[in-house]
Design a protein around this ligand. Structure first.
Ligand SMILES: [Ca+2]
Ligand SMILES: [Ca+2]
Length: 326
């Protein structure tokens, strides 16, 4: 009887997962889980400008952000100036809103400012139509501001106040809003949104009429990192990139089915289930039809479990259960 009850419980859990899976839309995960020195253009990214000049290379992890799902996994990337620009493709989106969240530490900036991360309408080696450009600049007192724009025209940027600090790690979310009609799409920035809370009011939105009237993107298919000219561009460390159509996939409430016992996030990256745990706990992973495909014990600290199955799996660590999409 207990077995039947257990089985029914799993069927319900799987039904919930199947229902929610169709709602979830995480499109890109990049934790820079590569060897230090590895070039991003050899690890799923494509150069679309300045190929081979100051190519973006993986650097040793140094930045983190408490509670962020993309913090503390693998390494990071350090952007320089006057170098290669790169993009990473994901499934095309052309309606609703699209978010990208990532950690940003600006180590140097200019008073002119430049953009260093954005969405794009194409991927691969030819990428020329950009959206949700994220800018950074400083004032004469070295205070930092972030800006956003659809176009690159001077004066079209909507900036925050100079409320931020060089050398501090921020959780930044950029958002592109597809709006029916031409020349009217808008964009938003969120700086340090509360982890696990619903989407707040943006820190700043595009308010320059000439920018909002600029050409809309017909679709968004890639996320880009850019190294602009040395006279304008900031030096930036970036990590933990997530792209999704849902706020909750990035910084919203955990997707744990049993969050009351949570001590850390359980999530997927590059075909692996990843979480932090104490040693010796029972780890079981079930596929979408309830078959146990992995049974093992956890190790102290970061656990990275390769899973050959794709789609939705249920991850059980002791009494804690989470759904993960691989
Ligand atoms: Ca990382
Ligand atoms: Ca539009």
């Amino acid at each position: 009887m207990r077995k039947i009850t257990f089985f029914k419980t799993w069927l319900v859990a799987i039904a919930i997962v199947a229902g929610s899976a169709s709602m979830s839309a995480q499109l890109l995960t990049e934790d820079f889980n590569y060897t230090v020195g590895a070039l991003l253009n050899a690890n799923g990214w494509s150069a679309h400008s300045g190929a081979g000049t100051n190519s973006e290379a993986v650097t040793t992890s140094s930045i983190s952000y408490a509670g962020y799902i993309g913090s503390g996994v693998g390494n990071e990337v350090t952007l320089a100036t006057s170098g290669e620009d790169i993009n990473k493709a994901f499934t095309s989106q052309n309606a609703g809103s699209l978010y990208a969240s990532f950690l940003v530490k600006v180590t140097a900036a200019t008073t002119t400012g430049d953009y260093f991360a954005h969405f794009a309408q194409t991927s691969g080696t030819t990428v020329t139509v950009f959206g949700a450009r994220l800018w950074a600049k400083k004032d004469a007192s070295n205070n930092l501001a972030f800006g956003i724009s659809k176009t690159s025209t001077a004066g079209n940027q909507s900036y925050t106040g100079f409320n931020y600090v060089l050398g501090t790690t921020y959780l930044v979310v950029i958002k592109y809003n597809f709006i029916s009609g031409t020349g009217n799409d808008t964009e938003d920035i969120f700086i340090n949104p509360a982890i696990g809370s619903p989407e707040p009011t943006p820190t700043v939105s595009t308010t320059v009429a000439a920018d909002n009237a600029g050409t809309d993107l017909t679709a968004i298919v890639s996320f880009c990192l850019r190294q602009g000219s040395a006279t304008n561009a900031p030096n930036v460390i970036v990590d933990g990139i997530r792209v999704s159509t849902l706020w909750t996939d990035l910084v919203g409430p955990t997707t744990d089915i049993n969050p009351a016992s949570s001590t850390s996030y359980i999530y997927s990256s590059n075909g692996k289930v990843t979480f932090t745990s104490g040693a010796g706990r029972t780890l079981e992973i079930y596929n979408s039809v309830g078959q146990r495909i992995i049974s093992t014990k956890t190790v102290e600290g970061l656990n990275t479990i390769p899973v050959s199955t794709r789609g939705v799996v249920l991850v059980k660590v002791d009494k804690r259960i989470a759904r993960v999409i691989l």
